[in-house]
Design a protein around this ligand. Structure first.
Ligand SMILES: NC(=O)c1ccc[n+]([C@@H]2O[C@H](COP(=O)([O-])OP(=O)(O)OC[C@H]3O[C@@H](n4cnc5c(N)ncnc54)[C@H](OP(=O)(O)O)[C@@H]3O)[C@@H](O)[C@H]2O)c1
Length: 250
């Protein structure tokens, strides 16, 4: 897949590197062309390094047979991550408009302060394309002004809200598996083809995509992030607030 990324910061780096390693073509973009080019070079090097590392893990794991459920999940997650589809293609850097035009799928990973300006610079290239929105609010979250529908209205793209619940460092893990369970990634969006593309990109990280409903529910994902981040900053274990599914009452 060709993936354009509006952004050359932490989220662009973390997720773009994973997707480059998985065999996708990636173009990032930022305000400073030389800084973006330098970031693209380090992403390429890191993708190549982890690709080689995961290939050797995959070889080792092929010989591992275990009945331990947690270990099986780790094997499955690592195998998904290690499932590179070939050589790592060098990550490119371009302008906002070039990255928007390059991507069959485009991820918007810029800070809220720059969002409207960046999307304006990207022009009409996002219309009708799958657009991944990872944004969280800076400062207090206002559910009356959700970000995902704003991005839809500004771009005309098929927006899928995803990847906003976890810190950037989680998206660098190969794979993001905790206590033997691959991380589940909720997706909110309306367009079946866009959702299918993002599901593939989630699976390429070794994560499990979860249907979170239509884009009208993206506001809930944004509010959840705001709530959880508040708990984390308060020193609470946000993961501990939810019971196992057997106790969900369903
Ligand atoms: N960091 C996390 O843990 C995390 C987790 C989940 C979701 N998110 C969301 O992901 C998005 C990107 O976050 P990030 O961590 O990648 O941020 P970051 O590292 O600070 O990168 C921000 C990107 O936005 C660009 N940008 C454009 N206009 C800007 C402006 N006026 N002010 C500031 N930056 C501007 C920057 O351009 P330059 O490259 O030219 O600086 C940079 O590429 C945000 O919406 C954030 O809420 C972040």
């Amino acid at each position: 897949m060709r993936i354009g990324i509006l952004g050359a910061g932490g989220m662009a780096d973390a997720l773009g590197t994973q997707w480059a390693r998985a065999g996708h073509e990636v173009m990032i973009s930022g305000r400073d062309a030389s800084a973006s080019a330098a970031r693209a070079a380090t992403m390429t090097a890191e993708a190549a390094r982890t690709s080689a590392e995961m290939a050797s893990v995959r070889t080792e794991m092929a010989s591992v047979r275990t009945e331990v459920a947690g270990a099986r999940a780790e094997v499955a997650g690592a195998a998904a991550v290690a499932g590179a589809r070939g050589e790592v293609v060098a990550v490119r850097a371009g302008s906002w408009a070039e990255a928007a035009a390059f991507g069959e799928v485009v991820m918007v990973a810029v800070r809220q302060a720059g969002l409207a300006g960046v999307l304006e610079s990207a022009g009409g290239a996002l219309r009708g394309k799958p657009v991944i929105d990872v944004a969280n609010a800076e400062g207090p979250y206002d559910p009356a002004r959700p970000i995902a529908p704003l991005i839809r209205d500004l771009t005309g793209g098929h927006v899928v809200k995803a990847f906003n619940l976890c810190h950037v460092d989680v998206w660098r893990l190969t794979p993001p598996v905790f206590d033997g369970r691959p991380l589940a990634v909720p997706l909110c969006g309306d367009d079946p083809a866009a959702l299918a593309a993002v599901r593939t990109l989630v699976a390429d990280l070794g994560c499990t995509p979860v249907d979170g409903g239509g884009l009208d529910r993206a506001v809930l994902l944004e509010a959840t992030a705001a709530f959880m981040i508040g708990l984390w900053f308060g020193g609470a274990d946000a993961q501990a607030v939810l019971p196992p599914v057997a106790y969900s009452g369903v």
